[in-house]
Every structure is written in structure tokens, then in C-alpha cells.
Design a protein around this ligand. Structure first.
Ligand code: 3H9
Length: 685
């Protein structure tokens, strides 16, 4: 059956798209829409047109899989123009998400009606693009510049009610009668003398035309967020053109910018990440009919920063949580922190106080382990020591009901060793949340040797419920993320002894696009993590910094000196400490360029990533990209470490490792997967 069909309802022609899963505007849909409009235009009995979609959503955008392939007409801009130029009024009937090209189709329509739950947006910027079917020119003409800039540059959608406020939709329909209400709306406007044509409107852009500083202000306010990305700048330039140039010239500029971006590396990288994120949810070797384990109550052991943050995920998603601690004071502190975090969110307007109470009402706090007995999933977030973890697993196994899942939040310990302490190793899994656990989107799901498919499938589904991006890792020290962090950290330390300063090392990474470098990160986390004054032996730079009271941002001094706004500046004291260590190490001192620092820090990570793949610890290279993007701030516009390695060429990485072989040391082993692929001219993705 064709993806586009038409139905006649008296004098209204309804054009219906049915192209699951998201009604992407692939070639067949575009051709069908153009044919539908031509049918309406050529039939005198038709007075108005409705465009609507079957399935879960209105058009969610252009078909991203077509980018990079030879274009087959009609193009989306041509289709949108044809809709707009139709002499009979066209009404877009919107449910689900009208995104990207989907919203551009709706903007080409003369009227828009949406149900209350609909969302409308232009998310192209998140794919390293700008709207390329007139969105940058029509949206500001419909909503005004301020809202259009926000929507286009952030890529975030607006709700139907907000869309009504800003003039993006004309009417809200009831969810169960959108099709009928759209037809009635079309009939109602059919007799009007003229219809609003987005591209001809000037009423909403007149103000910005007189106040062009609105663009400079927007750039100034958002410059930090936009750093490194090409697409947002192009978006702003195009919206500016909507105000300053006639429509046709604005469209021409939009097209030029779109074509440049779509063929560039940044957009390729971000499109890779779009599919990588969806791919990560798929687990190899799990039959589709694997049953899920119902999760109606979650137990969490440990009410510290990690346990509390983990609890918030479930409470926010409406799942009851039993939180267990050993001492009343720690429990009270944990519960109070959860409440404080929620109240802060409410104060910022992102939650109502009613929602805060609702979430808190789902929380049971207790000192009694036995209260975990009826939980379907228990996650331990206790001290990171194998003996303690083993003891916890033995105890949980004895008291939690049969069939329940037992999970560890360990960030590097061996899940299989914990599972071996229980009578249900198939129900044991790692759930490595990242701190702050209520905010960070990454979740490493650690698949033990005996973890059952049901357990894996259940926790992957649960991750989606609580809004996490889950990536499956095998059991190895540090799993995917921390295992790759480890060579970066050790190279960063070595560089200090060879003459590089912490500020040079950090700058090399922030220039690359990381939000911070390793030493800024250490200062933020606190240098005294795991450090005690009694156990300190002045044997590392970090120990000496701690001994001098330089324990990171919280003490105003760490590797850096901090002012009252927590802005760091290079510290002469740190430099002196490092110089002392460097002299004692006997290593030659020299200057390093940013490029050399990046090679030393990043190439060994790629090598470790290749080993992770080689050992089957990650299912696919793109999973590694997703971990580093969402857990460690790897810049999205490079596509993640493995994709980045592909773009610079694996041979470049291999040659770089060879060049730095002396510095990397004898223990450094080049991955045979990396070597093989580099020599064969292959890539990871
Ligand atoms: C654009 O429009 C450019 C124009 O301005 C100019 C053109 C000239 N294409 O996310 P889900 C697949 S750029 C192809 O899991 P959900 C997706 O890969 C586009 N495929 O569902 C997945 O496949 P699989 C601007 C697409 O319910 C399946 O559909 N639009 C596309 O969680 C289900 O997706 C966007 O950026 C697509 N456009 O979320 C919107 N979209 O099952 C992108 C999805 O094989 N889409 N797929 O893994 C989304 O944000 C979400 O998919 C959506 C649904 C919110 C719609």
C-alpha cells in the first residue's frame, strides 16, 4: 500500500501519511504529498485540504537515512512550497511530534491544529544542521524572532499550549477527534477571502528588523553553550536573514548553509550519534520474546550522594523506593538531601511542589534490611570495596524475594565475584550510574557471565523509563568508561613530569571541546577522594597537594587557585610542587604543543577502546561513543572517540602511538584490532 493516501470528506480532501515508525519524510512520502496537493488543486469540488498522519506521530522530520545519498525529487522545500502555494486552504492536523521537516510542512500549511499532547520543534541543530525546508525563514515570520531563535538554536520543542500562545498553532483539538475537528476547521476557513501564507508575513518580524541587536544579545547570552558547534551559528545567521532579506534570498542562504552543514564532518558525527543512541538500547543475542520481570518497587542500599541520586530517578518516574542505611543520622541526611534537590528543582520552576510531595511520598526510608524483602530490584550503593560488596550480596540474597534482581552500582569492581556469593547469579547485574546520578543520563549496564536475558532486558527497559541512556558493558576493570579514562589519566600525570603544566593539559582538551580537562575535573571532584592524612606519604603530586590543604575547588585551592566565583587560575605553588617531582623523576623537561598533548591523551584512549571491542566488552564501537559523550563530556560534534578516530583515520592514530612509544612505556600494548584495521584502511564504525 502507498504511504500516502487521500480521502474525500465532501469538499475537503484529507491527505494521510502512514509511514511507520515516525512518518519520516522520505522520497515516497514527499512524492505522495505533492501528488495529494495536485489532486486537490485540480478538482473544483475540493475547497480545502487537511494533512494528517496515522500512527504515533505527525511527520517527525526528513528521513535522516537519506542524507549523504544522491537526492531523489521532489525535494522537501519543493513540497512545502507546493503546499503553501495551493490556492485552497491547507490545514495541518498535528499529533505526537511535528519535528524538523515535519514542522516545516506544517509551516507551509495555511493553518495548524494540534492536540494538547503534541510537541512542535525544529531539532535539526542537534544533528549538526539547520532547518533546510524553509523553517528558518517561515518560523520567525509566524512566531516572531525571539521564540524562533530559541526553538531553532536550542532544537528543543514547544508544547501545543505554548505553540498556541506564540501563534504557531491556531487551535487545540481534543485528542480523540483531531481528524474530525481538522476537517471542520478546513471547511470553516474554506470560504474566507484569503489565507495566511507564512512566507508572505512580515507582521511578526517587523520588530526585530528595527532592533537588530536582538541577535547580538542572543549570541552573547549563549556563546558558551554554542562553542565549537558550527550549526547554531548557521541557524542564527539564517534567522537574521529572515529579518534582513526578502524571503527568496533568505531561503537561498538557508539552502547554502544546509548543504554545507549536511556534507560536513560535524553533522555526520551528530547523525552517527543519533543512530548510535538508539542502537545502544539493542542487546545482541537476546530473543525478542524474552519475558520482562515486573518492577513495582526498587530497594536502594546506601543513602549517600550516589544512593540518594539513584533513588531520585525512580521516585521521579513514579516508582516506589525503599532506601536503607545503617545509621539514622546518615539516613536522615540522605532523605533531606533528596528533598532539598527536589525543592531546588521546584524553585527553578521545573517541578511543582505537588510533584515534589508526590515523589517524596513514594519514598520509604528505613534502617531495617528486612524491609528490602519485597523489592523487585535492589541496587547497592555502599562503599567501593570487594569484601563489603560480597557481604552485602550474601545478605541480600538471603532476604530479598526469589526472582528479584540484585544490582551493584560499582564503577570498576567485578560483578561476577559478587554474583558468585549468591544463589541467583543469573539475577545479578551491574548498574553503574554516573554522579550526580539524578542528572547524568548515562547508565552502564554490566552484563555478568551469568546474567539472564530477562534481567538484562528488564533493566534496559527500566533505564528508558527513568530517562537514562543505557549501554551494555562486559565485566572488566572500569567497564567501558572508566577503563578508557585510566590511560588518559596516567598520560596526563606523566606529562606533568615531562614539563607540561596542568593548565596546558586542560587547555588542550577544552580546545578540543571537552567542558574541562583532567586537572579541572580532579579539582571539581575533590583531590582528597580516598585520601587520608594518616595514610599520606607525600609520594604523589596529589598527596602533596592534599597535605598542603589544596583539596580542590571546595577548599579554594587544588591544582588551581580559585576565586570566590570558583574561577580557577594557575597556581605557582602547584607549579613548584610539580617541578620538585619532575626534578626527582629525572625526566627531561620540555615544552608541549596542544596537538602533542591531545595525541598523548586521546590516542591511548582509542587504543583502549579498541581493546574493549576486541575483547567483546562493548557490543559495538558506537556504544563506546555513547558512553563517552554522555558520561564524560566528549564533544558531540566529533561523534565520540571511536567515530573521531575514524574521521582522522586509524592509521593516524596508530602512527601517533608509534611516535610516542617511548613516552607511553614498555607496558603499553597496541591493540591488534586497531593495528589490523589501520593497516587494512578500515574504520571502527
Ligand atoms: C530534517 O528534518 C531536515 C529538514 O529540516 C530539511 C530537509 C531538507 N529519519 O527515536 P525512536 C527512527 S532533519 C529516519 O526510538 P521515540 C529511529 O532511528 C530531522 N529515521 O522513537 C528508530 O529506528 P529503529 C529532524 C528516524 O518514540 C525509530 O525511528 N527530525 C527518524 O523514542 C524510532 O525512533 C528529528 O531530528 C528520522 N527523522 O521518539 C527528529 N526519526 O527503531 C528525530 C526516528 O530502527 N526523531 N527514526 O532504531 C526523534 O527525535 C524521535 O525519533 C521521536 C520519536 C521523538 C520522533
Amino acid at each position: 500500500m502507498s504511504v500516502i493516501t487521500t480521502q474525500r470528506h465532501g469538499d475537503v480532501l484529507v491527505i494521510i501519511s502512514d509511514n511507520p515508525p515516525v512518518n519520516a519524510l522520505g522520497q515516497a512520502v514527499r512524492a505522495g504529498l505533492a501528488a495529494g496537493i495536485a489532486e486537490a488543486a485540480g478538482d473544483d469540488a475540493i475547497k480545502a485540504v487537511v494533512i494528517r498522519c496515522e500512527g504515533r506521530t505527525f511527520f517527525a522530520g526528513a528521513d535522516i537515512t537519506e542524507f549523504g545519498k544522491p537526492p531523489v525529487g521532489p525535494s522537501l522545500p519543493e513540497v512545502v512550497d507546493a503546499i503553501e502555494q495551493c490556492r485552497k486552504p491547507v490545514v495541518a492536523a498535528i499529533h505526537g511530534t511535528a519535528l524538523g521537516g515535519g514542522l516545516e510542512v506544517a509551516l507551509g500549511c495555511h493553518y495548524r491544529i494540534a492536540i494538547g499532547s503534541a510537541k512542535l520543534g525544529l531539532p535539526e541543530v542537534k544533528l549538526g544542521l539547520l532547518p533546510g525546508a524553509g523553517g528558518t525563514q517561515r518560523l520567525p515570520r509566524v512566531t516572531g524572532v525571539a521564540d524562533a531563535l530559541n526553538m531553532i538554536v536550542s532544537g528543543n520543542p514547544v508544547t501545543a499550549s505554548r505553540a498556541l500562545e506564540i501563534g504557531l498553532v491556531d487551535r487545540i483539538a481534543s485528542a480523540d477527534s483531531l481528524a474530525e475537528e481538522a476537517i471542520a476547521f478546513a471547511r470553516e476557513v474554506a470560504g474566507a477571502a484569503g489565507h495566511p501564507v507564512s512566507s508572505l508575513r512580515t507582521d511578526r518580524i517587523a520588530e526585530a528588523a528595527n532592533h537588530p541587536q536582538v541577535f547580538d544579545k542572543f549570541v552573547a547570552e549563549n556563546s558558551r553553550k554554542l562553542q565549537g558547534f558550527d550549526a547554531p551559528k548557521a541557524c542564527i545567521e539564517a534567522v537574521r536573514a529572515a529579518v534582513e532579506l526578502p524571503f527568496e534570498q533568505g531561503i537561498k542562504l538557508e539552502r547554502e548553509l544546509f548543504l554545507k552543514l549536511v556534507s560536513g564532518t560535524q553533522s555526520r558525527a551528530m547523525r552517527h550519534l543519533f543512530f548510535a543512541e538508539r542502537q545502544a538500547a539493542k542487546i545482541d543475542g537476546i530473543p525478542a520474546d524474552t519475558p520482562l520481570i515486573p518492577i513495582t518497587r526498587v530497594g536502594i542500599l546506601g543513602a549517600g550522594t550516589m544512593g540518594g541520586g539513584i533513588a531520585m530517578n525512580f521516585l521521579s518516574a513514579g516508582l516506589p523506593v525503599t532506601l536503607v542505611e545503617r545509621e539514622q543520622a546518615a539516613l536522615d541526611r540522605g532523605v533531606a538531601t533528596i528533598r532539598k534537590n527536589y525543592e531546588r528543582t521546584a524553585a527553578r520552576g521545573r517541578m511543582t511542589m505537588e510533584q515534589v510531595e508526590q515523589a517524596m511520598g513514594l519514598l520509604t526510608s528505613t534502617l531495617d534490611y528486612e524491609d528490602l524483602a519485597d523489592c523487585d530490584l535492589v541496587i547497592e550503593a555502599v562503599f567501593e570495596l570487594m569484601e563489603i560488596k560480597k557481604e552485602v550480596f550474601r545478605r541480600l540474597d538471603g532476604l530479598v524475594k526469589p526472582g528479584a534482581i540484585l544490582a551493584s552500582n560499582t564503577s570498576y569492581l567485578n560483578i561476577d565475584e559478587m554474583a558468585a556469593e549468591t544463589t541467583r547469579p543469573e539475577a545479578v547485574v551491574g548498574l553503574h550510574f554516573f554522579s550526580p546520578a539524578n542528572i547524568m543520563r548515562l547508565l552502564e549496564v554490566v552484563r555478568g557471565a551469568k546474567t539472564s536475558p530477562s534481567v538484562l532486558k528488564t533493566v534496559m527497559g527500566l533505564a528508558k523509563t527513568i530517562g537514562k541512556i543505557a549501554v551494555v558493558s562486559g565485566v572488566c576493570p572500569g567497564f567501558i568508561g572508566n577503563r578508557m579514562l585510566s590511560p588518559r589519566q596516567s598520560e596526563a600525570q606523566k606529562l606533568l613530569l615531562e614539563g607540561a603544566t596542568p593548565w596546558e593539559v586542560d587547555a588542550a582538551l577544552t580546545e578540543f571541546g571537552f567542558p574541562m580537562g583532567p586537572f579541572q575535573m580532579a579539582d571539581l571532584a575533590g583531590l582528597d577522594l580516598g585520601w587520608t592524612a594518616e595514610g599520606s606519604t607525600s609520594s604523589t603530586i596529589r598527596e602533596v597537594l592534599c597535605e598542603r590543604g589544596r583539596r580542590g575547588q571546595k577548599t579554594g585551592q587544588g591544582f588551581y587557585d580559585y576565586d570566590e566565583n570558583r574561577r580557577g587560575s594557575p597556581s605557582p605553588e602547584t607549579e613548584a610542587i610539580i617541578a620538585d617531582f619532575a626534578a626527582r623523576s629525572g625526566r627531561a623537561q620540555r615544552k608541549f604543543s596542544g596537538d602533542e598533548i591531545r595525541e598523548r591523551l586521546l590516542y591511548p584512549m582509542i587504543n583502549e577502546g579498541a581493546k574493549i571491542l576486541e575483547e567483546g566488552m562493548a557490543q559495538r564501537a558506537s556504544d563506546i561513543d555513547i558512553v563517552w559523550l554522555n558520561g564524560y563530556g566528549w564533544p558531540a560534534f566529533t561523534g565520540g572517540p571511536m567515530f573521531w578516530a575514524d574521521t582522522i583515520g586509524l592509521k593516524t592514530v596508530l602512527d601517533g602511538l608509534a611516535r610516542h612509544a617511548d613516552a607511553l612505556g614498555q607496558d603499553f600494548i597496541v591493540s591488534s584490532l586497531l593495528k589490523g584495521k589501520a593497516e587494512a584502511g578500515e574504520s571502527f564504525n
